[in-house]
Design a binder for this molecule. Sequence first.
Ligand SMILES: [Zn+2]
Length: 247
Amino acid sequence: MAALLWPSLGALLGLVAGSFLATLVIRWPEGKPLSGRSRCDSCGAAVGWADLVPLLGWLALKGRCRACGAAIDARHPLFELTAAAIGLLAMLAVPGPQGLWGALLGWTLLALLALDLAHYWLPDRLTLPLLALGLAGGPGLLTDRLLGAAIGGGGLLLLALLYRWLRGREGLGLGDVKLMAALGAWLSPAYLGPLLLAASVAGLAFAALSRWRGAGEEGAPIRVPFGACLALAGFPMWLIANAAGGV
Ligand SMILES: [Zn+2]
């Protein structure tokens, strides 16, 4: 019974977190306020309290606004489901408060993944708190977390400078560097190599997919959202590190 308690709590908290994250990812790039009543993205009608229940509200409305009938942005249920899965997996890997800490990492990475994929944007207001959280309460010793942040951030900064020198254009941004530093604090230095490898494979897959869909045909370079690749690889890496008996 107790074994099911933490994972269920993780999934429930994930539904609530996902509901907030969807609003954040939809409204923030448009400069709309994040606080206040939830409103229909189309007509602006306030959403009733019963319809606000994550996932169930969307199912009850069959994905349409009660006032205007417009389709509700599919990102709402998608984020709620994904964040619930993150909460569940984090609590299965590490039942207890430390698992919740890992879920917090996963939820923040989900927002960064979506923002970088759609807008090539890794806001400091997400990456820097993530770095601070990792340094303050990440696993292992503080010296390991500091070392991880320094190696991760410093290493990627070197790669970014090297790329600019070789290719004469920007390949990696400072947002990528800050995210890598944050992940270095959350994972021990030993996991930074595999993380970079997994993110690079994701980046190559993204580039291949873009080319297949016709991008870069006029000789313009394909821009890979590397931060999104890091964010995608980061949470599974945290799961592997913790399932392997702690970092
Ligand atoms: Zn509406």
